[in-house]
Design a protein around this ligand. Structure first.
Ligand code: SR1
Ligand code: MG
Length: 395
């Protein structure tokens, strides 16, 4: 039975969201609440509930039983609300500075009630509006190191880790990633969406057997390497920021997978700004460098000081792991660049460019850089080499 005394799921309205909020004893019983549905993502309803007099506010997020981006013809499990709430709690314990606080969850209504972050802005929107958020890369590097280390066999111990692998089995949401990121962009799939001006380069991509081989290898890595608890959708639309704070939201795609997947999505979504933002390109290149440097340094300290596996406390084995994460991250970054350009779910960094020729040129760069990163990922040994390749391709 849910807090609204209903035993079945139904989508909330702004009125029933207020009713739910009043039942939670977060606000006083006679509070005058106002509510607005503000969801602009692909999958969920998001209600912003405010008590102006008391200066209190919350977010109520509710999963819809279908993907909002496509409509009711694409049914989607409500269990993702539980996965998201569990992941927020897990990541919140590990990296509390970078994760919103969860106040209440309701599995029947597929609802999570959490901290209101409306003093921050979605990082992608901020970047497009000219912000650079100087601390975001340091924060995300630390978030990645902590969440990826403390959920691994080495940070958690193999027994607890296996329990978490079970808790975060997330087949439906993984299937979305397997299809939309790691399959559909590489053949003439119905889900793809691209501008006609890109057709020649897209047809070349569909015929590129070497590229498809490497995407198959990356997909196998995604399917089988249960290394760490991933956020699973760590693009700049899943990060709230301002100049001093960073919060990672929306882990409904969380599951045990390869560490390089989260890192690669961060790289790729910063690369969109490197591609489109001529004036502040160098700052976004620095952000990419900082994410990796902070990740690597923090992960190394955790590995050396908190490792639960005696035999794993070895410099060469740490180095082997970091090299694997880096190569996987470059490959998955390439997949993200390509799918956001020609797949189902695009990004405003590229689609928001008004001039057609400028937009097509940026999209071609994204596709070309994506292909290089996928094919060359194992040959690029150092961060500096990666950055050189990026600069060569973008200038
Ligand atoms: C149908 S969901 C499309 C995309 O939105 C999510 O945020 C994920 O990135 C997914 O691939
Ligand atoms: Mg999301």
């Amino acid at each position: 039975m849910s807090i609204l005394n209903q035993s079945t799921y139904h989508p909330l309205t702004e009125t029933t969201a207020i009713e739910l909020a009043l039942n939670l004893s977060i606000f006083s019983e006679d509070a005058e609440l106002s509510c607005k549905e503000i969801g602009d993502g692909n999958l969920n309803l998001v209600f912003h509930v405010i008590d102006t007099q008391a200066g209190k506010s919350i977010i109520i997020k509710q999963a819809l039983p279908y993907a909002k981006v496509v409509g009711e013809s694409w049914p989607l499990t409500l269990n993702r609300a539980k996965i998201e709430a569990d992941a927020l709690k897990t990541f919140g314990r590990i990296a509390p500075d970078f994760v919103p606080e969860v106040y209440y969850t309701d599995d029947v209504l597929a609802v999570t009630v959490m901290e209101d972050l409306s003093h921050l802005l979605i990082a992608r929107t901020g970047f497009i509006n000219g912000e650079t958020y100087p601390l975001i890369s340091t924060h995300v590097g630390e978030y990645l190191a902590k969440t990826l280390f403390y959920t691994s066999d080495y940070g958690l111990g193999p027994g607890r880790k296996k329990e978490q692998v079970q808790q975060f089995i997330n087949p439906e949401l993984c299937k979305i990633t397997e299809d939309l990121i790691l399959t559909d962009p590489y053949y003439d799939a119905e889900t793809n969406e691209f501008e006609e001006g890109l057709r020649p380069i897209v047809v070349d991509l569909w015929r590129d057997e070497e590229l498809k081989f490497h995407v198959n290898v990356l997909k196998k890595t995604f399917l089988t390497d249960a290394e760490v608890l991933l956020h699973g959708d760590l693009h700049t639309g899943s990060i709230f920021a301002n100049n001093s704070e960073t919060k990672v939201i929306d882990p409904e795609f969380a599951f045990y997978g390869p560490a390089g997947f989260d890192i690669g999505q961060v790289f790729a979504n910063l690369l969109f700004q490197v591609i489109v933002n001529n004036k502040k390109r160098d700052l976004f290149v620095e952000h990419i460098e900082t994410v990796w440097d902070v990740f690597k340094n923090t992960f190394t300290i955790l590995w050396e000081t908190e490792n639960k596996e005696v035999l794993a406390q070895s410099a060469s084995f740490l180095s082997y792991n970091l090299s694997k994460f880096f190569a996987d991250a470059l490959g998955f970054a390439g997949c993200e660049l390509i799918r956001r350009t020609i797949g189902l779910a695009h990004v405003a960094d590229l689609d928001g460019i008004k001039d057609e020729q400028t937009r097509l040129a940026a999209k071609r760069k994204s596709l070309e850089l994506g292909g290089i990163l996928i094919k060359q990922r194992k040959n690029i040994k150092e961060l500096g080499e990666f950055i050189e390749i990026v600069k060569e391709k973008i200038n």
